[in-house]
Design a protein around this ligand. Structure first.
Ligand code: MTE
Length: 318
């Protein structure tokens, strides 16, 4: 992966970070105004949301139920990465390899309507219209660490539901040993896919035990609102103890298989990006160390934790 080479050399001052308390206060304030959260996502104050289009968007967001309650079992007090940073520093190769340009390249990406095909070795194959997730699953917010293989990290509040709930619904057959996830394949909407130098579509995979693990999360939102396109709208995976590339964006298909699927990055470089890819400070990437990580919004370095700090929960799997 050429990811590290294109890291822009920037960071913002600590002073710019929104402390958790004021983020929550602002959220409550906006809720009180009855304005939902779309104003935050657009980087505008609530007053600029009074146009008809903004109101329509807002009605849609609040009809989905955002913001959902934060689950207190998942690190509610961690200091969040500044929202504007999490939404403007992205890896989404279908659009561009330039992190700070992704959000400008997603305009032609059509995320509604969106159906996820779920099949393979399951008792109940289904086509899941995205909006049905909100009715079928108990939605919640969780705060997770997110660690990219490029040695940067964030702390993000995701909205969604555990993948285990989906597994329970579709009922994998006993022969199903792996779960394969595939991103949309529409080069006409995603300029990076027209370059032809990558094995599109983007594919990721987990073992069935990893997929069933209570930490494995299907995210439809961040920061109390639906996912922006650059962060993987309308639905993505979040596997917090693995490198970020395992957290596949904009999922189109979920398939249960007997064979281990070949993933996108693995097919490009199996030594650098193996299937398992758990965060591990003691196993350097062949081209750089994983011992420390750069916190994206402060620029400070911290020591990388085994399994990204989730060892107590997932250590038993390995
Ligand atoms: N999913 C798809 N479909 N395409 C991608 O390029 N990049 C991965 C992952 N999921 C990627 C993807 C990588 S390398 C990272 S670090 C995270 O998405 C970045 O997620 P973020 O932009 O929301 O921080």
């Amino acid at each position: 992966m050429s990811l590290l080479r294109i890291l822009p050399d920037w960071h913002i001052s600590d002073k710019c970070i929104t402390p958790e308390a004021s983020y929550q206060k602002r959220r409550a304030f906006i809720r009180k105004l009855g304005l939902g959260t779309a104003g935050i996502s657009m980087g505008a104050g609530p007053l600029s949301m009074l146009g008809a289009e903004a109101n329509a968007k807002d009605t849609k967001v609040s009809s989905l139920g955002y913001p959902f309650e934060r689950n207190k079992d998942f690190n509610p007090s961690w200091k969040l990465t500044q929202q504007t940073v999490a939404e403007s520093y992205n890896n989404f190769y279908e659009f561009t390899t330039n992190k700070s340009r992704v959000r400008y390249m997603v305009g032609g990406f059509n995320v509604s309507p969106w159906d996820v095909q779920i099949g393979g070795l399951v008792e109940n194959p289904v086509t899941l219209p995205l909006e049905d997730c909100y009715k079928r699953f108990q939605m919640e917010e969780r705060v997770y660490r997110f660690r990219c293989v490029e040695a940067w990290s964030m702390v993000v509040p995701w909205t969604g539901f555990p993948l285990a709930a989906l597994l329970k619904w579709v009922q994998p057959k006993p022969e199903a040993r792996f779960v394969k996830f595939t991103t949309f394949n529409r080069p006409n909407e995603a300029p990076g896919m027209r370059l032809g130098s990558y094995p599109w579509p983007y594919v990721e995979g987990l073992t069935i035990e990893e997929a069933e693990h209570p930490l494995t999360f299907v995210a439809t939102g961040i920061y109390g609102k639906p996912l922006p396109k650059q962060n993987g709208a309308p639905v993505r995976l979040v596997v917090p103890w693995k490198y970020g590339y395992k957290s596949i964006k904009s999922i189109d298909r979920i398939e249960f298989t007997a064979q281990q699927p070949k993933t996108f990055w693995e097919s490009l470089s199996p030594v650098e990006y193996p299937f398992e890819s758990n965060v591990n400070p003691n196993v350097p990437h062949p081209r750089w160390s994983q011992a420390t990580e750069r916190v994206v919004d402060t620029g400070l370095r911290r020591r990388t934790e085994l399994y990204n700090g989730y060892g107590a929960q997932v250590g038993r799997l390995y």
